[in-house]
Design a protein around this ligand. Sequence first.
Ligand code: ZN
Length: 222
Amino acid sequence: MRRLWILGVLSLLAGCRLLIPQSELLALTPDGVRVVQFTSDISPVVPEQVPHSWRPGCPVPLEDLRLLSLTFWGFDDRAHQGELVVKAEYAEGIVAVMRTLYAEQFPIQRMELVDVFAGDDDASMAANNTSAFNCREVSRRPGVWSQHAFGTAIDINPVQNPYILRDGTVLPPQAVTDRATPVPGLISADGAVVRAFDEIGWGWGGNWTGVLDYQHFSASGR
Ligand SMILES: [Zn+2]
């Protein structure tokens, strides 16, 4: 363990973090349980990483975005490494939120860039993907930039936390609409997720009236 730790530090210093598999970066909980330690990385975004979610004319320049690599707790009760793109000024805050959610073992199904789904929000939601930046309009509101288009919003576990339009349309269509039964991954008003985002000043779409967006957190609260 000690040797791994030293190797980890040396490889970090050498700038070759991938030398040590993530699964070997272990920490102990107060109960003595060995778990993978939360790790994060913040790096600039290059066009090749966001071929579908960013294009010239988007309301945020590429240099104002950051790619985050983050450890998250999976539905399989194991640690995974995911990726999010957010506006640079919120990068540290989102890392802090994700560190808290990992410590709380709040389960997240998957966390891949929406480019994996060719920028298609409906496909990303259907796959229960947690994602942030996407240069797109508000779902079902053409001509209006979504907060996601600014890199200032994130959607978490869409299947457990749907977007419900005024007319009752549920997105994604196969989502869980029973909010009274606390299934894994469900965001509750008095739970760890809303609390963690509140600490960085981000508002929750589950608090809106009319439209309800249980998966959505944003810097503006919109
Ligand atoms: Zn959203």
